[in-house]
Ligand binder design. Structure first.
Ligand SMILES: [Ca+2]
Ligand SMILES: [Ca+2]
Ligand SMILES: [Ca+2]
Ligand SMILES: [Ca+2]
Length: 474
């Protein structure tokens, strides 16, 4: 759950305010902008010579959470902000923000589900052990080489704490049940507020990598690793120090074929009209990182106070999403970074590809992913995943006046393909009742496997946000 920042205090060295769960106050536009001054992402054009992919087969959409088990006083029970993990077999884990925790703190604000049949059916697992505190959403799941062990990162408030930390639970699956250990408090920073953590596992080493924002005032991007399966965690590596006039937020890590670790984030969110997508990479398993490079720029609608129709928080997060080709194929090691940009007024999805020269990313020119850039629909939250054969899948929301579907673009060769509709029923988000902000969440999720791309997203077709699933078979 993304923190809201009071733009009036940005750069003043004052602790920024408020996590979600409350109606968002209006955020005034600020003229007090420091560097960088950035141009908009072009966001158009396919790279020459890349063939268009054919359409893909999409399964019937399935409900992941148990609506009968919703406990939120019957008012817009919200499951959204989805995460999914698998190590490639038939066992899948999904997670989400769950508003049940607002009414039933014993289960917390993070929910999860399990499928043991490749996503055909799901069992809602309820909540996680709360460790005497409150597990508070921003869920992220990771699976290493053991398909029956799962790790889940969340924001975590220790008992009596005013500021969030980041915790990671370890779970062991038996059938459709996950037996979770207590939350391991990774950050333990009572005077600082962490946010937007995300977790990945490198199956070469079983190292876990966790990136997040550490807010003193405007946010710095940090990464920690665990080499012993969530027993202990390293001290943080600061990837982006806190900056006086620039908000840094929304980091996501990915691992490459040779143990590379790359982290992308948005620099200048809310403070700049054209924030930058930044990235740093490590070639020593997350111990040291190369230089911070600009992967691309976006035209921000969050800065302008513009959001997709039906999105219920004032500021929408404009973070990048990232994955790395580990296929051993022709694009092995290529880093794919996707983000949303409003270059033409409404959001479109941009993608850039980078490769490493030593530990320095070398990036190309961003291209448009959605087939109709510049139209009146908002295309946003573009999760990217590369499957074991090197296919690149991107999943995003496409919102036209509030009527929203999920689309996927799958390319066999590192390019982009024809947009494929994933949802079999559209959501009308302005008519979808939600007791949580943001109702859509801050991201959706896709993971590529030999069995296809597994997609999870927040869906309003039943009148309140639920988690839905589909398999996209290339
Ligand atoms: Ca903290
Ligand atoms: Ca668009
Ligand atoms: Ca496309
Ligand atoms: Ca629901």
């Amino acid at each position: 759950m993304t923190r809201r920042l009071n733009r009036a205090v940005l750069g003043a060295g004052t602790l920024a305010l408020l996590i979600l769960l409350q109606p968002a106050p209006g955020v005034a536009q600020s003229g007090l902008l420091g560097p960088p001054t950035l141009s908009d992402t072009p966001g158009s054009g396919e790279p020459a010579g890349l063939p268009q992919a054919r359409g893909q087969a999409v399964s019937t959409n399935g409900l992941v959470n148990d609506r009968a088990g919703q406990i939120c006083n019957g008012n817009g029970c919200t499951q959204s902000e989805t995460t999914i993990a698998t190590n490639g077999g038939s066992i899948l884990y999904a997670g989400w923000n769950d508003s049940e925790g607002f009414f039933n703190p014993a289960v917390g604000v993070s929910g999860f589900g399990v499928s043991i049949d490749g996503g055909t059916t799901w069992t809602d697992g309820g909540g996680l052990p709360q460790g005497g505190g409150l597990v508070s959403g921003d869920p992220s799941l990771a699976v290493c080489d053991n398909p029956d062990q799962v790790f889940m990162a969340n924001l975590f408030f220790p008992a009596g704490a005013a500021n969030a930390d980041v915790s990671v639970h370890t779970g062991t699956r038996v059938g459709t049940t996950v037996n979770w250990g207590p939350p391991v408090n990774v950050t333990q920073t009572p005077s600082r507020f962490e946010d937007k953590e995300y977790l990945v596992c490198d199956r070469l080493t079983n190292n876990l990598y966790l990136s997040y924002t550490n807010f003193g005032f405007n946010g710095q991007i940090e990464l920690r690793r665990s080499t012993d399966g969530n027993l202990t965690w390293s001290a943080p590596v600061v990837l982006q120090p806190e900056e006086l006039f620039v908000v840094n937020q929304g980091s996501y890590p990915a691992v490459g074929p040779n143990g590379e670790v790359c982290v992308a984030w948005v620099r200048g969110w809310l403070t700049h009209s054209t924030p930058q997508i930044q990235m740093r990479c490590s070639i020593d398993q997350g111990q040291t990182f190369g230089p911070s490079v600009i992967v691309g720029r976006l035209r921000s609608n969050a800065f302008r106070g513009v959001k997709p129709v039906g999105y219920n928080r004032t500021e929408i997060l404009e973070s990048p999403f990232i994955d790395i080709d580990r296929s051993g194929g022709p694009n092995n090691g290529t880093i794919y970074v996707a983000w949303q940009t409003a270059a033409s007024g409404r959001y479109d999805v941009a993608l850039n590809r980078c490769t490493l020269s030593g530990n320095t990313p070398v990036c190309g020119t961003p291209v448009a992913v959605n087939d109709t850039p510049g139209d009146s629909a908002d295309d946003f939250f573009p999760w990217v995943s590369v499957d074991p054969s090197g296919r690149v899948g991107i999943l995003w929301f496409r919102n036209n006046g509030g009527i929203t579907n999920v689309f996927a673009d799958v390319s066999p060769d590192g390019g982009t393909g024809v947009d494929q509709q994933v949802t079999d029923v559209a959501s009308n988000w302005p008519a979808t009742s939600s007791d949580a902000q943001p109702n859509f969440g801050d991201y959706i999720n896709l993971v590529g496997s030999a069995n296809g791309f597994h997609a999870v997203w927040a869906d309003g077709r039943n009148g309140d946000p639920d988690v839905f699933y589909a398999t996209i078979v290339p």
